[in-house]
Design a protein around this ligand. Structure first.
Ligand code: PMH
Length: 358
């Protein structure tokens, strides 16, 4: 790799986060490593998580599950996004668990399943309005359809507002789920409702759930500011760094970048940083700050495809480290500047930025 720009993933932070979670909750932990482990690297994170207490992995796509199997990972993997029934056999062959929510799907998938039965978790929609069955009749019909072709191993739902402490919907969803489950708890090996926020909120409560699906907390980030008031043990694992590629002194009246939106007002030291919007460092980051030598420096002018410029307080040598995310640059502060959430920030960086595991 020639470019100095890189994402550094702190393995010890991920191990710490999962161990700390494990010490607080009685449930088994599914490490949610979809979307390349929220940009952190799926295979690497899966291995760290499994080594430190997770017993299952969660992904969105069948492709993502196969990537983990191809890397030699043998732990159970749940695909949480719906898949078309014609791919059921491929999942069964590789011991990949799919999410299902209708008897019709099972019927359509049956001809594609050969020797090995397909393991499934039933997805229940209790208020997210996204995926899942909504009535007990639909659940009963699905259970009836299963036969020997399917192992109905689990059932689950997903909260829309677990990260909002004053949301009634969070409790309404739990009530709906329990109403639907009436008398059926023994039927399933795994019953799960919680993401990171739900897992922590339920810590210490006596709940009939034995698995949690943990994504953002694994990466050391908080699902929301409100949740940060409940627990503070997480350590972020994600750092984005680069180095100064050019440093120059411009006199007053010089313009910077496309559209010439920034003009120097005095003699200014300007540094060029080789990360741009093609790496996922968005144009909207213009006006935000990065860190050079412990000092925060403003991004001046528009972010380009491959680079952007910053105003330095003094001359720095070419090759000086620049921190874009992590260290003194809090990811939630960047998220606020970009009018988004930390989840979207870590997912947005493209594969042009190499991931280094430190
Ligand atoms: N379970 C399901 C079904 C999910 O979709 C997600 C995250 C998680 C668990 C983990 O959530 P956490 O990262 O808050 O712990 N899914 C998404 C999503 O679809 N958009 O943002 C996060």
């Amino acid at each position: 790799m020639f470019r100095p720009s890189r994402i550094e993933i702190d393995r010890a932070a991920i191990a710490h986060n999962i161990k700390e979670l494990k010490s607080r909750i009685p449930q088994d932990i599914m490490a949610v490593v979809k979307a390349n482990a929220y940009g952190h690297g799926a295979v690497e994170v899966a291995n760290i998580a499994l080594k430190n207490g997770a017993t299952m992995l969660g992904v969105a796509l069948l492709e993502e599950a196969i990537e983990l199997r191809d890397a030699g990972i043998e732990a159970p993997i749940l695909v949480m996004e719906a898949q078309f029934p014609q791919y059921a056999g491929i999942a069964a062959e590789q011991d990949i668990t799919l999410s299902v929510f209708s008897a019709e799907w099972l019927k359509e998938a049956t001809p594609y399943i050969e020797e090995k039965p397909l393991t499934v978790h039933v997805k229940v929609d209790t208020g997210m309005g996204r995926l899942g069955l909504r009535t007990r009749e639909q659940l009963d019909a699905l259970l009836e359809e299963a036969g020997d072709t399917f192992v109905i191993e689990g059932i689950y739902t997903h909260f829309a507002t677990a990260d909002e402490l004053n949301s009634d919907l969070y409790y309404t969803q739990q009530e709906r789920f329990e109403r639907l489950m009436d008398g059926l708890h023994e039927r399933f090996r795994y019953i799960h409702t919680s993401n990171s926020a739900g897992a922590i909120r339920m810590a210490g409560q006596d709940v009939p759930y034995n698995l949690v699906r943990v994504g953002i907390a694994l990466y050391g980030l908080y699902p929301s500011k409100e949740l940060e008031t409940l627990y503070t043990f997480l350590r972020p694992a994600f750092v984005l760094k680069s180095q100064l590629m050019q440093v120059k002194l411009l006199e007053a009246g010089q313009t910077i970048s496309y559209g010439a939106t920034y003009t120097t007002t005095e003699d200014e030291w300007i540094g060029t940083v080789p990360v741009g919007y093609a790496d996922g460092w968005l144009r909207k980051a213009s006006g935000f700050e990065v860190e050079v030598g412990g000092i925060r420096c403003p991004i001046v002018g528009r972010v380009c495809m491959d680079r952007f410029m910053i105003r330095l307080p003094k001359e720095f040598p070419v090759g000086t480290d620049v921190t874009l995310v992590g260290g003194n640059i809090d990811i939630d502060e960047l998220a606020a500047h970009l009018e988004t959430i930390n989840y979207e920030i870590v997912c947005q960086f493209t594969n042009r930025l190499p991931r280094h595991y430190v």
